[in-house]
Every structure is written in structure tokens, then in C-alpha cells.
Design a protein around this ligand. Structure first.
Ligand SMILES: CC(C)(COP(=O)(O)OP(=O)(O)OC[C@H]1O[C@@H](n2cnc3c(N)ncnc32)[C@H](O)[C@@H]1OP(=O)(O)O)[C@@H](O)C(=O)NCCC(=O)NCCS
Length: 265
């Protein structure tokens, strides 16, 4: 039986044997190595692997609450040991990566930050202080998650898509990206922009509001530079309401504005 079928069976259980626990550890190790992903791009389209989310939930279900150093949590999700990861640094100071998250090569994490189960951080990305990478969120290569940026997690409902941040995206300080929003490659999200699945985002270059795709995901297009803005409220013109605006598409000036300090890498 495939690992997927075994995990789907595991998800429906209420009592767990040692064999079940071994199966879960195999699954969790697949998340650690990046071989198993909560979402992946197949033929240019992001697919959410619901069986993976079910496997993660089964881990919570079977876990026993134990003392983990100074913390108390489910024994199925201790803090991950990253000693053998290639050229990965985690600066001391209150950060943690939960078991079941993938960390690629040359990733830098600044304290305090937190990476939850099912998250996938690809090579060369920087996760700055106070950043959160929520459950199952997918972060591409050379992404910069600036200080205090929040990448929302989506474990339940099972069918909901996780947040996806593609390669070379820059997320500014204090941003919040939630509800299965997909930030396509090379986009720049200016400091303080909040985007949920139902936030109307206006593309001022092409003069239209962005709409969700067939999969119910809102995409911020490749190379878009999104800044915080406002629009008139539909129901009462005396008021304005928050509205992120694509002010332009990435140009040389934007590249300079988000150039990362090589000395840190
Ligand atoms: C978006 C950003 C990268 C600027 O990009 P840029 O390509 O240099 O942008 P420009 O200066 O060419 O500005 C283009 C337009 O966007 C507006 N704009 C730029 N940044 C803006 C912001 N943060 N908020 C609102 N409007 C902004 C400019 O006023 C300009 O509009 P206008 O022509 O109508 O006046 C920058 O504002 C930003 O957010 N940097 C991230 C800072 C950060 O979070 N650092 C992390 C530290 S840990």
C-alpha cells in the first residue's frame, strides 16, 4: 500500500499502535527532508495535498503530552534538530522549527521566529525576526520574509489551500499574508500590507481588481509591487477602506530597494 493510502487510513483511526507511530515518524521525516509537501506545483499549477494535511493532523491526534525540555507539548511534534543541514544557520534567541517542516540549504533564520509543521522553506531564504511561517505554508527560493511578517497557516479545513510565496519574493516588515493567497515569483509586498483571501487588491497598472482563480485562491501576479492603499467604501462614500494596490511591476528601482545584504548570507 502506498504511504498516502496508509496515512489516509491512519487519519481515520482513534487508537494508535507502535506500528502506526512508526508510520507517522516515516511520514514526518518525509516532511523534514522535503520529499513530502503539503502543496506542490505540478505543471505550473499549485496543488494542495490534502492527504499530507491529514497526516499532520493524525500526528496531533496520536501525540501524548510530554515534557520537552522546558516546554510541554505533543511528543509527536518536538523541536527539530537541524545540526546536519547544509550551511543553515539559526541564530540563538528563542526561535524554533517544529518537526515536520522542511528547511532548504542556505536558509537564514533570525530570532525570534517560528516555523510550524508542514511548512516548506526553500533554499536561500531569509526568515527575519518575529516572522511566523504557519502550518503548511510554502516559501520558495531566495524569499525574504522581513521582520514581523506573518505567513498564515492553514491546516483546517482540510480542503483549504495554504499560503504560497514563490521564488524571489520580498515580503516587507509587518506584512500579513493569509487564507491561501499565492504570491507569485518576484513580487514585492511593501511593508505593512495585509492580504487575506477576500481582500480586494487593485492592479493600478492594468486598471482592475484581482479576482480569485478556479481553485479559490487569490494570486498576486509575478513581479507586482503591492503597497498599502485605500478605496472608497461601496456602501458609504464618506468613508475609505483599506485596499492594497499594485502600484507598478518590479523595475530596477525596486530591485535596488529590496537588495539583500550579501554579508549576511
Ligand atoms: C515597496 C518598496 C520596496 C519601494 O519600492 P520602489 O520600487 O522603490 O517604489 P518607488 O519608490 O518607485 O515607488 C513607487 C510608487 O509606490 C509608492 N510607494 C512606495 N513604497 C510605498 C509604501 N511602502 N507605501 C505606500 N506607497 C509606497 C510611491 O509613493 C510611488 O507612488 P507615486 O509614484 O504615486 O508617488 C518599499 O516601500 C518597501 O516597502 N520596502 C520594504 C521595507 C521593509 O519592510 N524592510 C524590511 C526590514 S526588516
Amino acid at each position: 500500500m502506498s504511504l498516502k493510502s496508509q496515512i489516509l487510513e491512519l487519519y481515520n483511526k482513534t487508537e494508535f499502535s507502535d506500528i502506526d507511530r512508526k508510520l507517522f515518524l516515516k511520514f514526518r521525516n518525509g516532511l523534514n527532508t522535503g520529499e513530502i509537501r503539503a502543496a506542490e506545483k505540478i505543471e505550473g499549477k499549485w496543488i494542495t495535498n490534502n492527504w499530507v494535511k491529514k497526516g499532520i493532523l493524525a500526528g496531533f491526534q496520536m501525540g501524548n503530552i510530554v515534557q520537552l525540555g522546558t516546554f510541554i507539548d505533543k511528543d509527536t511534534y518536538p523541536i527539530q534538530d537541524i545540526t546536519n543541514r547544509k550551511n543553515v544557520r539559526m541564530v540563538p534567541g528563542g526561535s524554533s522549527i517544529r518537526e515536520g517542516a522542511y528547511i532548504g540549504e542556505n536558509v537564514i533564520m533570525m530570532p525570534p521566529m517560528y516555523i510550524n509543521v508542514g511548512a516548506y522553506i526553500d533554499d536561500g531564504s531569509m526568515i527575519d525576526s518575529h516572522a511566523l511561517v504557519g502550518t503548511c505554508a510554502q516559501v520558495g527560493k531566495n524569499v525574504h520574509l522581513s521582520a514581523a511578517s506573518q505567513i498564515g497557516g492553514v491546516l483546517e479545513p482540510i480542503g483549504a489551500n495554504p499560503v504560497i510565496v514563490e521564488d524571489n519574493v520580498f515580503i516587507g516588515g509587518n506584512c500579513g499574508i493569509y487564507d491561501g493567497v499565492i504570491i507569485e515569483q518576484n513580487a514585492i509586498i511593501a511593508a505593512g500590507v495585509i492580504i487575506t483571501g477576500s481582500t480586494p487588491v487593485f492592479d493600478s497598472v492594468n486598471n482592475h481588481f484581482l479576482t480569485k482563480d478556479n481553485n479559490d485562491s487569490l494570486h498576486i501576479p509575478q513581479g507586482a509591487v503591492v503597497v498599502p492603499g485605500t478605496r472608497k467604501m461601496k456602501s458609504n462614500n464618506d468613508f475609505s477602506i483599506y485596499c492594497p494596490i499594485i502600484i507598478k511591476y518590479r523595475d530596477e528601482k525596486s530591485n535596488i530597494a529590496v537588495t539583500l545584504e550579501d554579508a549576511l548570507r
